[in-house]
Design a protein around this ligand. Structure first.
Ligand SMILES: Nc1ncnc2c1ncn2[C@@H]1O[C@H](COP(=O)(O)OP(=O)(O)O)[C@@H](O)[C@H]1O
Ligand SMILES: [Mg+2]
Length: 390
């Protein structure tokens, strides 16, 4: 079973003033020159899926220059039903004084909550930016984790929203040197939502490690093996009380540097070579945070460029199979520019994945039509193929 997007309408979204696309349930190629708006179409498809830009853009950056709002509408099939979902951001063109808002509509119901919209269309994005999850810092890794878990679990998404609001307010309180009572109120909010997030992450890491390791092994021809390790000040935290205790322990430090220095927003995700035992790194001092020790054995300093590319691709392939297992639905694949970017080996592995994974609807962008023909030739299972030229 796989949901698929039938129609997409963009109004004042990036360079699209008013564009409508009708898609087939199959392999959809979006072709056009640089700057034509190919990535924009995928960005909009990602937006209706996880409510954010996969290009890390803010909403205001996606509003067409000179406009005051954008609107993206998607019509999609799920089971035997057709649904309509819309996201609008900006100022009401009919009411100048109204504040900037982001609004969601589902099947004609206005002002739906974000949590009721996210993940209705589930998708996985593959783009050159995936390298940032592996080669970038821990913020990018947490973002990967948060996005995936938010699409799967509404409670996770809600907890994240609460957590970030409380974190922001605690930061303000720290800077204003408010009294401890104010801090304590925010601590409590951080602890309650923090525990929900922590529990889901802890459940996720070992489960996700299985398809990830398998994918890495396949793509590297058995040469690479990475283990995902989750670490941080939260290591000893199991309950709301533990969480509060941790915040208390760092409070003096927080007040000094005017930031909340412990919690799920500071935890780290490491990729460690499987041959290097985690116990060896910890060296019997597991309760001491050994960020330096882990960083030294991490893919960032240790992995070659090729190994990082392999891990980045493996993450997305693993995300696809993990989401499908958890949801019982095949996510849509949004593949931006990577057909030309993959080297021969990884390209072959990627094609094998597409052939074997029982994929649903897949969107590809490419400038290069010859590359697309080559690619299609190597693919065994094609089904419907559509080309939309921008
Ligand atoms: N907010 C915006 N308003 C208008 N045009 C924009 C905005 N943001 C980006 N663009 C333009 O939209 C065009 C399409 O970009 P993009 O989708 O990245 O193209 P492609 O992927 O086909 O190379 C680019 O020319 C870019 O400069
Ligand atoms: Mg592009």
């Amino acid at each position: 079973m796989h949901p698929w997007v039938k129609r997409l309408k963009l109004v004042n979204f990036r360079n699209a003033e008013n564009s409508v696309y009708e898609f087939e349930n199959g392999l959809v190629f979006i072709t056009g020159n640089n700057g034509a708006g190919k990535t924009t179409v995928l960005e909009a498809l990602g937006l209706v899926s996880f409510l954010k830009s996969f290009r890390f853009a803010h909403d205001r950056e996606m509003v067409r220059f000179g406009s005051s709002f954008y609107r993206v509408e998607a019509q999609y099939h799920d089971k035997d039903d057709t649904h309509e979902l819309a996201i609008a951001y900006g100022k009401n063109p009919h009411d100048d004084k109204e504040a900037i808002q982001k609004k969601y509509t589902f099947d004609g119901r206005l002002n739906e909550k974000a949590v009721n919209i996210i993940g209705r269309i589930s998708s996985v994005v593959l783009s050159p930016d995936d390298m940032r999850v592996v080669a970038g810092d821990h913020t990018e890794r947490r973002r990967f984790l948060d996005l995936l878990l938010s699409m799967l679990y509404p409670a996770y998404f809600t907890a994240l929203q609460h957590y970030h609001r409380a974190l922001k307010m605690r930061g303000q309180a720290l800077r204003a040197k408010d009294d401890e009572k104010v801090l304590l109120a925010f601590d409590r909010e951080l602890a309650i939502s923090g525990i929900t997030i922590l529990e889901k992450r802890r459940q996720f890491i070992p489960e996700f490690s299985i398809p990830f390791s398998e994918s890495v092994r396949k793509i590297s021809g058995g040469k690479d093996a990475w283990r995902i390790v989750y670490k941080g000040e939260t290591a000893q935290v199991n309950t709301v009380e533990d969480y509060l205790e941790m915040l208390k322990k760092y409070r003096a430090n927080d007040l000094r540097i005017k930031q909340t220095t412990s919690g799920i927003h500071r935890d780290r995700i490491y990729f460690i070579q499987e041959s290097v035992g985690v116990d060896k790194i910890e060296n019997g001092k597991a309760d001491v945070l050994s960020h330096e020790d882990f960083s030294r054995h991490e893919i960032r300093p240790v992995g070659s460029q090729g190994q990082k590319r392999t891990a980045a691709l493996a993450l997305k392939i693993a995300q696809f199979s993990y989401m499908r297992t958890k949801l019982g639905k095949t996510p849509i694949l949004l593949i931006d520019d990577i057909l030309n970017e993959l080297d021969l080996t990884r390209r072959a592995q990627f094609i094998e994945f597409l052939d074997s994974a029982n994929i649903g609807q897949v969107f590809f962008t490419t400038t290069d039509l010859t590359g697309m023909q080559e690619f299609l030739k190597s693919l065994k299972r094609k089904g419907v193929v559509q080309n939309i030229e921008l």
